[in-house]
Design a protein around this ligand. Structure first.
Ligand code: LIP
Length: 329
């Protein structure tokens, strides 16, 4: 079969369709939130892997809606979705255009009424993320990105703002000046939790007051949505986000939005070590997209003979020298 070509105008048409779809899904997410908060118990919430890996009937309903609309408009496109995957539909990644969807990213936030919840719609083509749409219906924040065409934040009905929001990205001398996002994830076994906790402690701790290897970063945030963490790095509100254990549908859209805002995305400690000195560094390959270990750093202004991309590499190195790698399960 001849591989499908997507021209810039095809990508624009897919983006327009995807934005409308995100807004439609957003209404269903808001209805679901209202229904959950009006109900008396927690019967709408089910556990997947364990008691902190949650799903609601609205995750499934939103994914069904999105899948149906995509199949109607783009019947030749493939589909990877969080809830379809959980239900056993696990198609391999191919060169074909493939929507990669998390219907509700931030399900725990959704259940608790913490308004950092979004739908994340990515398009992969030739095994690379090429379109990203992330919509938080609670705040009416819409993030969009198309490979090679920039990324934007639209708040409500205001005009789109080009990302990053600051036209001249700030330098970042070291982690000690950084606002970092990390997540606890749903793997709560002793080995994982100890490694993450000590990593978080070193990022936050004061080396002058007994924390060996402490970086004393400005602070750590856990937004609870991988997609929104990527979006916040893209806009420049976060300097770096790191997570182990999330999935391609959590990050696919965010990768495009962050990269188009000048951000740099890579994978695990090993991927970083083996690619940092190569031309491939900064390219989100299939291995990185599906590798379940991600780090993204915002656009950084070059300074004193150092390019912006060398500064991004330096920050990731400092970060990976500070935190421990853990296995996914
Ligand atoms: C969640 C992520 C979050 C991560 C969780 C989970 P969900 O996605 O976005 O950042 O820490 O482990 O993957 O389950 O809300 O779609």
């Amino acid at each position: 079969m001849t591989p499908q070509v997507l021209t810039p105008s095809d990508l624009q048409a897919i983006l327009d369709f995807t934005v409308i779809l995100a807004k439609t899904a957003g209404k269903l997410i808001l209805d679901g939130s209202a229904a959950i908060h009006a109900s008396s118990g927690d019967s709408d919430v089910s556990e997947k892997k364990n008691s902190v890996d949650l799903v609601t009937e609205y995750d499934v309903k939103v994914e069904e809606l999105v899948k149906k609309e995509i199949q109607t408009r783009y019947p030749e496109f493939k589909f990877i979705g969080e809830e379809s995957y959980a239900a056993g539909s696990r198609p391999p990644l191919t060169d074909d255009p493939t929507f990669c969807v998390d219907p509700i990213d931030g399900t725990t936030n959704f259940i608790h009424g913490f308004p950092f919840v979004c739908i994340s719609l990515g398009l992969i083509h030739n095994r690379r993320p090429v379109i990203g749409v992330i919509y938080n219906p609670f705040l009416e924040h819409l993030y969009t990105g198309v490979k090679g065409q920039g990324s934007y934040l639209t708040k409500g009905s205001s005009a789109p703002l080009k990302l990053p929001l600051s036209s001249l990205p700030k330098p970042l001398p070291s982690l000690s000046q950084a606002l970092l996002a990390v997540e606890w994830g749903s793997d709560r076994c002793e080995k994982t939790i100890s490694a993450k906790s000590s990593s978080f402690g070193r990022l936050a701790g004061d080396p002058a007051q007994g924390v060996t290897g402490g970086k004393m970063a400005h602070s750590l945030r856990s937004v609870g949505s991988a997609a929104l963490n990527f979006a916040l790095v893209a806009q420049g509100g976060l300097d770096l986000y790191w997570e182990i254990g999330c999935w391609p549908w959590d990050v696919c859209a965010g990768i495009v939005i962050a990269e188009e805002a000048g951000g740099l995305v890579t994978g695990s400690h090993d991927v970083f070590a083996t690619t940092m000195a190569t031309d491939q560094f900064g390219e989100v390959t299939e291995e990185i997209l599906t590798g379940r270990k991600y780090v993204v750093v915002r656009a950084i202004r070059g300074n004193l003979g150092e390019t912006g991309s060398d500064a991004q590499k330096r920050i990731i190195k400092e970060f990976y020298d500070t935190v421990e790698d853990v296995e996914t399960n």
